[in-house]
Design a protein around this ligand. Structure first.
Ligand SMILES: *[C@@H]1O[C@H](CO)[C@@H](O)[C@H](O)[C@H]1NC(C)=O
Length: 384
């Protein structure tokens, strides 16, 4: 489960409401002194910036050409190329405000543009241009991402007339600097034991295994990339590198490793296979295997249903061959869906948005290890 800035921003434009996965960010990171005050000041700044961008954006659409001032605004907002592939939660806190500003400013203008009647094609062309100029990704990736997500995003925007750029960006970024105060998102509660002990440090040591304890192996986030090629460019600046289409770099140092690569690359098949074989060998006494999803790679600008089906079949097939007798309990990750992150739970009656292909595929593939009763809910929403 990985979320990168460019992707986020690419969406900024509208695209990303659904590209990202909700996750708590505030709770697990320290905030610098005066953070709250800074964020309060930022709120006013966002509104001013949004107005400024909006004026220039309108002029652009009326005149057909970008003013020098608008170009400067875009240029000043453009993200650093090395931020493209980074996960948003790993960026320095100091970047949260600027990124939210860009989202509010440009995302807000595109939102208005649509509300005032812009067609799909107009929104598409405009967001591709902004995505590219803001350096969120290179043009082909901007195009792919926006093409895959635009219909879902437009559907949401069109059906939620009260959705604001503030809520949109807050949901996308999940950062403290992008405040979410829309009650339709914030009115929910979790009961937490007030007498519980807070976790303040990493666990030390390993608990002794008792005679009634189960041994469970968890496999997660395999992110198998069928396009991975040894020696191909591991420093490509896209959300996933080391892929066949990205070519062999001039500098051999930038070439992808045989078993994978610690740079921005996903997992080659030989590593997936080896990992699963090693689990079976080293943990032949495991009672249960949990496989918690994210089989699909980060080529989020060019997934398709057929592509995802092939990767899922291959990985679950390998698990079935390796663990025919040990129960393997699978769940879905945010990357199994096409487009990435976009799950439909039977509330939207648009066949082109349906995730049923994935629920039915999962029900068929997981059934090897599950009681028949689980089938019904998996076909309904991918859970059991
Ligand atoms: C969108 O861009 C394409 C390709 O550049 C162009 O042919 C088309 O006319 C544009 N459409 C609109 C509505 O601007």
């Amino acid at each position: 489960m990985k979320r990168n800035v460019s992707v986020l921003l690419g969406t900024v434009m509208l695209s990303l409401v659904l590209l990202q996965t909700p996750q708590t960010v505030q709770g697990d990171r320290l905030q610098p002194k005066g953070y709250r005050e800074t964020v309060e000041k930022l709120q006013k700044f966002y509104v001013q910036f949004e107005d400024k961008v909006s004026r220039e954006f309108r002029r652009w659409k009326e005149d057909g050409t970008m003013s020098q001032h608008f170009r400067q605004l875009i240029h000043a907002s453009a993200i650093n190329k090395n931020e493209r592939a980074q996960e948003i939660r790993e960026l320095p806190t100091a970047r949260e405000g600027p990124l939210c500003t860009i989202c509010r400013g440009f995302g807000g203008s595109v939102l208005e543009f649509r509300r005032e009647g812009a067609s799909r094609e107009e929104v598409f062309n405009t967001t591709v241009e902004l995505c590219t100029m803001l350096n969120l990704q290179e043009e082909s990736i901007c195009r792919g991402l926006i093409e895959l997500n635009i219909d879902t995003i437009l559907y949401i925007v069109d059906n939620r007339p009260d959705l604001t750029s503030a809520s949109l960006c807050a949901v996308v970024f999940q950062s403290g600097a992008c405040v979410l105060d829309d009650p339709s998102f914030t009115e929910w509660e979790v009961d937490v034991d007030p007498n519980g002990t807070p976790v303040t440090a990493s666990k030390t040591g390993t608990a002794q295994r008792g005679p009634n304890d189960l041994k469970i192996v968890q496999i997660t986030d395999l992110h198998f990339d069928p396009n991975y090629r040894t020696g191909y460019n591991a420093e490509c600046g896209a959300p996933a590198c080391c892929r066949e289409s990205q070519g062999v770099p001039d500098d051999a140092e930038a070439g992808a490793g045989h078993w994978g690569d610690y740079r921005n690359c996903d997992t080659p098949w030989n590593a997936v296979e080896d990992l699963i074989d090693r689990v079976a060998e080293e943990h032949s006494d495991a009672d249960i295997v949990y496989h918690t999803g994210d089989i699909i790679d980060h080529g989020i600008w060019e997934t398709s249903i057929g592509y995802n089906v092939r990767s899922i079949n291959r990985v679950i097939g390998k698990l079935r061959d390796t663990f025919p007798e040990t129960p393997v309990y699978n769940i879905l990750g945010n990357h199994e869906a096409h487009p990435t992150n976009v799950y439909e739970l039977g509330e939207v009656s648009r066949p082109d948005f349906s995730t049923n292909w994935l629920y039915h595929l999962s029900a068929d593939l997981w059934s090897h290890w599950l009681p028949r009763a689980a089938d019904q809910t998996i076909r309904l929403g991918g859970y059991y």
